[in-house]
Design a protein around this ligand. Sequence first.
Ligand code: 0RA
Length: 662
Amino acid sequence: MTRAQKPTGYDAEQIQVLKGLEAVRRRPSMYIGSTGSRGLHHLVYEVVDNSVDEALAGHCDRIELIIHPDDSVTVKDNGRGIPVDLHPTERIPGVELALTVLHAGGKFDKTSYKVSGGLHGVGISVVNALSERLEVCVDRGGERHHMAFERGETSKKLNVTGRAKGTGTIVRFKPDSRIFAETRLDFTILANRLRELAFLNKGLTIELADERPDSKRQEAYCYRGGLVQFVEWLNQNRKPLHPKPITIETVKEDVDIQLALQYDAGYTENTLTFVNNISTHEGGTHLTGFKAALTRTINEYAKKSGALKKADFTLSGDDVREGLTAVLSIKLREPQFEGQTKTKLGNGEVEGIVKSVVNDLLGTYLEEHPPVARAIVEKACSAALAREAARKARELVRKKSGLDGGILPGKLADCSLDDPTLCEIYLVEGDSAGGSAKQGRDRSFQAILPLRGKILNVQKARIDKILSNEEIRTIITAIGTNVGEEFKVEDARYHKIIIMTDADVDGAHIRTLLLTFFYKEMKQLIDAGYIYIAQPPLFRVAKGKEEYYAYDEAERDDYVNRLANFASPVASSSDGEGASEGDGRAGGRRGVVIQRYKGLGEMTPGQLWKTTMDPATRTILKVEMEDAFEASQLFETLMGDEVEPRRKFIEEHARFVKNLDV
Ligand code: 0RA
């Protein structure tokens, strides 16, 4: 709307206002993304962001949140307070303007770092429009001012309710249950974002109190160390290569740049980037500049220090980011957000600015800290060597594979059919179980590959090491797809790859390792639904010629009771071993025999077929990868240095396999 058309009377102004907020109520998703949980929490972020803007402008160092029992939220800050005087051209109080006019937030103050675009920064009026009720208190000029709204419409005009000591703003709002299907806020979701904000804004105190009776709790975040503490927090479960994160803080051409980074002994990269406190998941020009500078600076140091003298290669970006945890947070005046989810920074000028700053300051840092620099360069060089070795190993696998005219592994008992859609391969733990499986199988469509326990050693290895492991190479060759860049899902020789391990800790270990390997190097096999886990029984319960196989203790006890002709139930001891057997086999109650299978090898070929391999009667679990992010987190746990989370994961292993009857 141009100036000339703009209505000038107060009433006309009000009509425009109501139209604006009505538009928000009619199509809330346009403004807050969704009316689900994300949108609901977004309302809180919107209000908090306004307080953080005050902090960024240097006028606020404390923000308090309260989640009330009625699902309303209070956000309180000690900033300057939203202006209460009449706006010179709009002729309504500033606070009313901010709460009733779309995008009015920036109209007062163009000097601070404000957000434009993205989901954030839509303005506090959107929160008002989507709240059953909203109340605002402003302490300013020695007075407390109050105003209230219902579904965006003024219910109590601005008035002075008393005296005020300092300055600040309190906003309390209750998300509208007519708009949001669920109005219950999640403490953890809010806590994570508020903690992140506290890391990103050094020295800012953020308190969160939950006053709902069923989830009463309180947390406070304040980090004097800012991003350094953020990186330390991210790295809490890792082994750092150098004791303190490297940090850069500067302002160049009006762009505030903060960076903290630390390397650990692992192989994964974890770089988080933010623009004006908003996470830029999709990266953008700031990330590009940072990566370019990191690669350049480390290569330069490596050359100067002589580490790369003999080697005739340069360190790649992947090499210098192996084991890196970094947080890059920049603030600038007019960010442009692009990409699918508007989380990619588009401002072209930022790339060069970040690049030159990181080049300069990281270069200086490395010069001044030779031990840290050496550790990083060494790490990157070893990553480069590993990458080269991995390439060669993959080549080797390719050359040895059937496709290149090579031979299939000698240990593989292949099936006779050629059609991969009909064929299955069992990866079987141990030679003895492998032998039973070979004898018990239907050789027309079932192939057997026995594995030895050795592969356990590669659990924490890099890919070149993994590929130098013979068992792994045998698996790859048998499956026929190759790995890494040469992987081709259409070359799979079997459309069911069934992991069959003992039901003990070693078995779980081997299964975990194989899944980790498939996840890292042959992910598409999981996507394609080709990976399965066999379900051998744990018990055989028999009386005379009648026999049953049980897959857990409860089932075992059922069968025992059935066979004992409904005699008194068999007592279960607390270790879960149940009935009366000693070392696995014993005469139970009234002639009932319970056999506990300690390993697959204890089953006869006939039993193995009947219980675990016959498609007509077996159960196999398909390995699913519904949520790649969560999966990678789980695998991170498995591959990481900490033992405890890994042990826990193995115990809860069933979480990422889904029951599927085939
Ligand atoms: C516009 C201008 C000024 C402050 C604010 C808005 C402001 C908004 C919110 C929202 C929550 N807390 C807030 N605190 C401040 C600056 C006014 C001045 O110059 O004093």
